[in-house]
Unconditional design. Structure first.
Length: 95
């Protein structure tokens, strides 16, 4: 875990780079539930929205809801498929 924080600290000085590195680390460490959150965090950060609740639709403006829904579905599909590949059917079912 300490190594992960060091890796994120060295990822760069922009939120985009740090979130991209976080996503890589979560994929590599097979932390798929957190990966789902990070993928949506990335989308919200790109739009300049609040990041406290990355999976929530409440702070997404109406003009972006359809696009956020598509990102949500894509993230769920990715995480679900990764969990299925690891035979974690019960966990994959959530997505």
């Amino acid at each position: 875990m300490t190594d992960d924080f060091a890796t994120l600290d060295q990822a760069g000085d922009s939120p985009e780079k740090v979130i991209a590195k976080l996503i890589d680390l979560l994929r590599g460490n097979h932390n798929y539930h957190q990966l789902f959150d990070a993928l949506l965090l990335q989308k919200k950060q790109a739009w300049g929205l609040p990041l406290a609740h990355p999976t929530s639709f409440e702070d997404v403006p109406d003009s972006k809801k359809v696009e956020f829904e598509q990102a949500y579905i894509a993230a769920a599909r990715e995480v679900g498929e990764l969990l299925l590949e690891e035979k974690q059917i019960g966990q994959a079912w959530l997505y």
